[in-house]
Ligand binder design. Structure first.
Ligand code: 2IT
Length: 445
């Protein structure tokens, strides 16, 4: 590791003890940014990176609620307002038992660069709770969301901080959260994105993360005069992101053969298409958090406790959660002839896996590949401000253009040689410059 990065990381680790996911995200970014800062002393002098790793504000709060048996439950809620240099804090809410300060700080930190890459005026933030939606009834989910919002409402607003969904938070949860916010404030505003289509939501928002990821991967393939046509694709996850990716991959002539859940993975050699994609929505709505049901329903093999990376594929797209693809998985994928890994989950690959994939095949990080989700959230905010709704075609066209722009910006800063791009470096620097320049303009705050 570069000496400057090492010294910098020692301080970050000392100041944020035990936050290993946060350390990982900061290390990945600083490895790209440090050499760039050395060449641009104005950023060094203004201590931009030192300021960026400190959230502007982080709140944690008690979320008490009553379950169906009448028992009192207590969870912890969070909102990390990381950076408002280029716009209101913006980023999702994650409801998952693994949620802690480290995970939300890594996500909030990544969100700064991702949101900057979209070209839209959005700062970075993230929030959520260690609440586990698995097995909860609809009424329990509603009561939890209402209790969560009873505190969160005082920290957010359409010009301050605009949360959205992430793992465990979809259209249903956004509905309950919005209902309580509106009741408390007596205001109908675009304070959350991912809203229902009849009450301020944007068309294509549910599909956006997956569609955007496939648009991005298509641009990577295009650099090699290649496309999704005829490609076999391994996906992980089975939620919103995997669903949107599967739809678009099918549209472009690719075949999706895997999905995964906390319980294991399925292999569908005939391809996950048509009503099988529809079924993914049912699995999500069931709150079972398992993918074995797919195997039972469609009579395909299920591998308990396995991830899908040892299946032979041309393209792999992690769509589940952080660190879901490690160095061994990367080696297996390369050995099996995989040519491209596009990370649609946030920090889906470990640092060593991402480095190996960049060196040997093609790899792009989540903050670039999955930016389509928050990009369409940004378009939802625009539509809310104008009190207008755009058509599917309009939103999809803008999403496609944004993904092309992110790809081109990543290539501009990440080009290593004629046929090699370091997308990690490219995305980090491209995302950094806009935020850093805004911070220079706005003084020491
Ligand atoms: O990780 C992400 O970018 C999201 N969960 C979406 C955030 C948003 O504000 O739409």
């Amino acid at each position: 590791m570069d000496e400057n990065v090492k010294t910098f990381m020692e301080k970050v680790i000392e100041k944020n003890p035990g936050e290993k996911e946060f350390h990982q995200a900061v290390q990945e970014v600083s490895e790209s940014i440090m050499p760039f800062i050395e060449k641009n002393p104005k950023y060094k002098k203004a201590k931009i990176l030192e300021r960026l790793v400190e959230p502007e504000r982080a709140v944690t709060f008690r979320v008490a609620w009553v379950d169906d048996k009448g028992e009192i439950q207590v969870n912890r809620g969070y909102r990390i307002e990381f950076s408002s240099a280029i716009g209101p804090y913006k980023g999702g809410l994650r409801f998952h038992p693994s949620v802690n300060l480290s995970i939300l700080k890594f996500l909030g930190f990544e969100q700064i660069f991702k949101n900057s890459l979209t070209g839209l005026p959005m700062g970075g933030g993230k929030g959520g709770s260690d609440f586990n939606p698995r097995g909860k009834s609809d009424m329990e989910i509603m009561r939890f969301c209402q209790s969560f919002m009873m505190e969160l409402f005082r920290h957010i607003g359409p010009n301050t901080d605009v949360p959205a969904g992430d793992i465990g938070v979809g259209g249903r949860e956004i509905g309950y959260l919005f209902g309580m916010y509106k009741k408390l404030r007596n205001e109908f505003t675009g304070v959350l994105t991912g809203k229902g289509i009849n009450w301020g939501g944007s068309l294509i928002r549910p599909e956006a993360t997956g569609f955007g990821g496939v648009y991005f991967a298509s641009e990577m393939l295009k650099l090699k005069n290649d496309s999704f046509k005829g490609k076999t694709v391994a996906l992980s996850g089975f939620g919103n992101v995997a669903w949107g990716s599967a739809i678009k991959i099918n549209e472009l002539g690719g075949k999706v053969v895997t999905l995964s859940g906390p319980d294991g993975c399925i292999y569908d050699k005939d391809g996950i298409k048509a009503e099988k994609i529809e079924y993914m929505l049912e699995m999500r709505a069931s709150n079972n958090d398992r993918v074995e049901d797919y195997a039972k329903k469609f009579g395909v093999p299920f591998y308990a406790g396995k991830r899908p990376w040892d299946v032979k594929c041309d393209i792999a797209m992690p769509c589940a959660t952080q660190n879901e693809l490690d160095l061994n998985d990367a080696k297996t994928l390369i050995k099996n002839g995989c040519i491209l890994v596009a990370e649609v989950s946030n920090m889906g690959c470990t640092i060593d896996a991402a480095k190996l994939l960049t060196e040997k095949i093609m790899y792009a990080p989540g903050k670039a590949v999955n930016a389509g989700g928050v990009a369409v959230s940004g378009l939802e905010m625009s539509q809310n401000s104008m009190r207008l709704n755009w058509t599917i075609e309009e939103v999809d066209k803008q999403l496609h253009q944004i993904m092309k722009n992110i790809h081109d910006a990543s290539v501009r800063y990440g080009r290593v040689s004629k046929d090699k791009v370091d997308y990690i470096k490219g995305a980090n620097i491209a995302g950094f410059v806009k935020v850093a320049d805004a911070m220079l303009d706005q003084g020491i705050v």
